[in-house]
Ligand binder design. Sequence first.
Ligand code: NAD
Length: 484
Amino acid sequence: MTNFLNFIDGEFVAGAGEAYPNHFPTTGEVIGEVRAADAAQVDAAVGAARAALKGPWGRLSVPDRVVLLRKLAAGINARFDDFLAAEIRDTGKPRSLASHIDIPRGAANFDVFADQILADHTETFRMATPDGRGALNYALRTPRGVIGVVCPWNLPLLLMTWKVAPALACGNTVVVKPSEETPATAALLGEVMNDVGIPRGVYNVVQGQGGGSAGEFLTRHPGVDGITFTGETTTGEAIMAAAAKGVRPVSLELGGKNAGIVFDDADVTKTLEGLGRACFANTGQVCLGTERLYVQRGVFDEIAEGLAKSARGYRMGDPFDAATTLGPVISERQRAKVMSYYDRARSEGAEILAGGAAPALQGYEGGYWVEPTVWTGLPETSGVVTEEIFGPCTHICPFDDEEEGLALVNDSPYGLATTIWTENLTRAHRAAEAIEVGISWINCWFLRDLRTPFGGSKQSGIGREGGVHSMEFYSELRNVCVKL
Ligand code: NAD
C-alpha cells in the first residue's frame, strides 16, 4: 500500500483533507490511499509558490534555469523505471505504450521548453517623436507568477509536464493538482525536483478531488495568477467561472467528439493502421482520439471490416507483459459511463461490427475492462454519436460526396482534432481548411511536433499551447518605452 502525499515547499506531507483509496485498474485492487490536501494546505502551497518567486528561483538567469530544466529531463529518465511502474499502476496502461509515450514525452517536455526559452526573443519598435529624436520600445518577457495546474488522468505525467515545463521555463512557480485517479507521478516528480536542486516552493503538488476539494480550493485561491487546465468541458466552465474572480487568465484544453474522414482514394492499408490507433489507443482515453468516423461509400465496407478486425486484434491483460496492447479504462465510474453508451447503442439498434460488451478476462475479473467497439447504423442525433464517451469505441457512417462528408464532420459543438485520409493532396488541404478544429492530421494521427500550436476550437478549449504559444500564456510581455 502506498500513501500518496502532497509536496509543499519542498517537503512531502500527508494531507489533512479527505482520504480515498487508489485502485489498480487492471484488477480493481486497492493499492494505496490518497490523503487530500485541505484548504489550509492548498493555501500553504500557494504561499510557498509566491515566496519562491522572490527567492533564489526568481533571481536565476535564463541559462541557469535552462540548466535546471535539462536536469529535470535527465532526472526523469534516470528514474525511468520508477516513473513507468508508477504510471502503469495508476492507469493500467500497457508498458508498451507508457514506455514509448508517457514517460519519454513526460521527460522531453522539459528539454523542449528549455530550447524554447533559450531561443526566445521579443519585439522592438523605433518610433518618431515631434522633437525628431525618437523613442525606442522594447518588450520584456516576465513570469506571470503562481500558476495553478489542474490535470486529467489519461496521460498523467505527459500532460502535467506539458504545462509545468513551460511554466518553469518562463520563471513561474506552480501548484499542481493531479487527477484524483492518478496521484503517483506528480508526487514522484517532487523527488526529482529536490534531487536536481529546484528551490523549494517552485513546484508544489496538492492531492485531492475537484469541486469542494483541492481542485476548487486551488482555482479559487486569489494568490494564483493564472490557471492551466486539461479535462472535461463542463469542468473547464467551472474553472473559468472561478478564474473570473480576480480576472485571472486561463488556458483550457477540453473535451471533444473528434471525427475522422476517409475518402474513396485513401490508401486503405495506411488508413487502417492509423485509424486503429486513433480509435483504440490508450483504450480510447486520448482527447485527440476518433469517436466518429465518416467514410466515403466506395471504401466503406473495406474500412468498416478492417477497423472491426483491428478492434478484435488488441490483446488485453497484464500491463507489464510486453505482449499486452490494451489496458482497462481508468475507473469503475468510467467503465460504467462507457458501458452505458454500449447499452444505449445496442438499444438504439446499432449494428455492432466489433466488441460492444465487457470482456471476461480470467484473472482480472475486478478490473475495469471494456471491449474495443465499432458500431454503424445509428442516427447522427444519437448521444452515442454526439457526446464524448472517452472509451475505445467509434461509430462509422457512410457519405457520398465531399461536401456532405465535411458537413457531417463539422456538425458538433466540439472542435479539437480531426484525421483526414486521402491520396488527393488538393482535397486534403481543402478539407483541413474546412474542418473547424484546432488540429488536423492528414494521412496520420497523433504525430506531434511540440513547437506547433495545440488546442481546441469551439467548446474544446481556449488558447493554444506548444512552442512559442506556451510562452505567451506562461509569461506576460511588458512594454518599455525609452525617449531618446
Ligand atoms: P475532469 O474534468 O473530470 O477532471 C480534470 C481535473 O479537474 C481533475 O484533476 C479534477 O479533480 C479537476 N476538477 C474537477 N472539477 C473541478 C472543479 N470544479 N474545480 C477545479 N478542479 C476540478 O477530466 P478527466 O475525466 O480527468 O479527463 C478526461 C477529460 O479530459 C476528457 O473530457 C478529455 O477529452 C479531456 N482531455 C482534453 C485534452 C486536451 O488537450 N484538450 C487532453 C486530455 C484530456
